[in-house]
Design a protein around this ligand. Sequence first.
Ligand code: MG
Length: 390
Amino acid sequence: MSDRRQFLKAAGLMTAAAAFWHPRDLFAANAAKKSKVATNKLDLQWENFMGKMKYTFTISGSSRTTTPIVISRITWNGYAGYGEAAMPPYLGETQASAHEFLKKVAENVLPKFDNPFRIEDIMLEVDKLTTNNTAAKAAVDIALHDLVGNIMGQPWWKIWGFNPDDCPNTSYTIGYDASDDMVNEKIEEASWTKVIKVKLGMTEKEDKRMINLIRAKTDTVICIDANQGWRDKHYALDMINWLAERNVNMIEQPMHKLMVDETAWLTERSPLPIIADEACQRLTDIPKLKGVYHGINIKLMKCTGMREAREMVSLANALHMKIMVGCMTETSVAISAAAQIAPKVEWADLDGNYLIANDCFDGMKLVDGRITLEDKPGLGLTKKPGIISL
Ligand code: MG
């Protein structure tokens, strides 16, 4: 057989094989992120994951020991990117609602695009599907970013032009516990952290008890999250003045998000920066928060992911508002995604992956309590064996 005939025969076999090919086969056969087999199809898959918390998690209003998560993956041309929807129950999304939403994305949005570089247009279409589902939207956005970063062979902090040396320390939450012994144990376990986060907003007695227990053991700076728990502006100001004398550096969401005038009053008088969390969900919320809060807390699960988070950084800068990046209880997928904007924030609260016992990925690492961004493609993720099947 001539070389030419041999070539044509081989090419014919390849075409026949390609007709039965599916991106999943590629990943079964090829653990590497690149293959010579090409497809322009953006393929979205997802899988439930139940995050097991190291401690019972209590904030003003609820307690729990697990957190529902959906891990997503988008494949294209032999490359893959991972994403995540983390859905604490009080925010209204569930694994079932995420499945329903991701199915719509897979069937109605992704087939319109032949490459993942169109993140802007893809996410505009994803966002238009429903009003809410912000965590499920983030699962798509984060997977697209990881995918594109993997294709480019570059991390997102670098693509965005940020300096990894500018990353702040992360805070680490010492959760409420009715037992002094249990709180003391948590304080000792958190001895590595440079910033302790405490959730207040219970009774004055309990709030002060938590702070006093910590201060009896350490002078480490504390940041406070009242989770909308303080009902009265005068009480809130008294508490903030008391906290300001105890090496506290900022207060997150002191009062209910709808108490706009009261919060503006408090912000004008507070000796510590007042940061919007529950009041700040999306990019469009920011302008109306100017003058009410000193700054905003950006969380990927609220703002639909990295694309909008990056825009929020720019808008907050333009409005001279302070910036914090926060998280839910999340795996290293979403934490590593959020960490990409860490060089541009004053405070980071990215301890979600340290609060779960069964993290399914390795990603952003804390070194000496500080967020450390490595020079690895995409989000810098490595899947741990045997935890998820995606
Ligand atoms: Mg908060």
